[in-house]
Ligand binder design. Structure first.
Ligand code: PLP
Length: 366
């Protein structure tokens, strides 16, 4: 409220205001980069970064990601070429990249899914060999580390989202971080219609500016970053303990070393589980426990990609498998150990009575 009142007192609501500048400084600190360019949301930040890098033709992206990763390219008439992911962390599989490279390929847009860095070293090596540009969608990964340092220093640029559902939220918001001075200057122009001075436009641009209210929200949440991580981590560990031993269900592990924000708690269900993933979701929703499928049925099965690339699924078996077997469990500051214990009890009961529940769902057409 202090920040909001201060914004109103200053009568400076957007366009490089006090709070946006402060937020950018803090974002760069957390990301470990020289520059942070705050944007109105993560999607616009992806569009600006990919455009500033002059990506064109075809760009390789993982098929298992939020649809905005692909849309940001398609919106600019760059063809997203979907590559498969790997089983253990659902990130882009480096071994699947090269089969998709054609003479039209100009870049790789990697995603750090669930806050775990994708294999940046392998991706960089392929990019170097094939002369491609690399950027990352780090929307899930603010505050996380890659193998060799903060996640922001990887590739030419990395994008974060500060949407209401993300680890640090600004209501709506996003940013691009980079160590490249020239690229940063270009992106600053691009997010403000290409204006260099108040009456001089030197570049095609868009309106990608973050407003002061969003920056105030982001800054206020950033003050609690350690606390948010601690609660997320506690919830993750409580889920792990409470779900242990339920046959056919396991929590996805975070790597033993590294810094994570623990924003996502992902359960994987075996085919052998007594209840199907979709039936378990029905049971949990009936109990008002709002687990979610994620990225189902996969970017390649959503329009316009489904019609544009009807055969893409042939090279994406792991994307299809992962999309069909995961549950994203509720977490965050309002979820406590009691809630998780109760959820685990429901899940255990549902699995124990899986066959009966499946029959009942079918019979009653639920
Ligand atoms: C949230 C998200 C985006 C889009 O960010 P917005 O701020 O909602 O526009 C892009 N990619 C991924 C992986 C995301 O999770």
């Amino acid at each position: 409220m202090q920040r909001l009142n201060d914004i109103l007192d200053r009568r400076w609501l957007s366009n490089f205001g006090h709070y946006v500048q402060e937020f950018e400084k803090k974002i760069a600190e957390v990301a470990g980069t020289k520059h942070a360019i705050a944007c109105s949301n993560g999607t616009v930040a992806l569009e600006i970064a990919s455009r500033a890098l002059e990506l064109e033709g075809e760009v390789i992206v993982p098929a298992f990601t939020f649809i905005a990763t692909a849309h940001a390219l398609q919106w600019q008439e760059i063809k997203p070429v979907f590559a498969d992911v790997r089983a253990f962390d659902h990130n882009l599989d480096p071994d699947q990249i090269e089969r998709h490279i054609t003479p039209k390929t100009t870049g790789i847009l990697g995603v750090h899914l669930w806050g775990q860095a994708c294999d940046t070293e392998a991706i960089e090596a392929i990019a170097k060999k094939r002369n491609l540009k690399v950027m990352y969608d780090g929307s899930h990964a603010f505050g996380c580390d890659a193998a060799h340092g903060p996640i922001g220093g990887q590739g030419r640029a990395t994008v974060f989202s500060f949407h209401a559902t993300k680890f640090i939220n600004a209501g709506e918001g996003g940013a691009v971080v980079t160590n490249d001075d020239e690229l940063a200057a270009k992106m600053r122009l691009m997010k403000n219609f290409g204006f260099r001075t108040y009456d001089e436009v030197v570049h095609v641009g868009t309106n990608g500016k973050m407003d002061e209210f969003s920056a105030a929200m982001g800054l206020t949440n950033l003050e609690s970053i350690d606390e948010i991580v601690a609660v997320n981590r506690r919830n993750y560990e409580t889920y792990k303990k409470e779900l242990a031993g339920i046959p056919g269900i396991r929590l996805m592990d975070y790597r033993p070393r590294g810094k994570f924000n623990y924003q996502y708690v992902i359960a994987e269900m075996d085919k052998s589980c007594a209840i199907s993933r979709d039936s378990l979701i029905k049971v949990l929703w009936a109990e008002n426990f709002l687990v979610r499928k994620y990225f189902w049925p996969g970017c390649h099965k959503m329009e316009p990609y489904k019609s544009l690339f009807p055969n893409a699924y042939l090279t994406l078996p792991m994307t299809e498998e992962v999309g069909a077997k995961i549950l994203v469990l509720p977490t965050g500051q309002t979820v406590d150990e009691g809630v998780i214990r109760k959820a685990a009890e429901i899940i255990r009961t549902a699995v124990e009575n899986g066959q009966e529940i499946e029959q009942e769902i079918k019979k009653r057409n639920l």
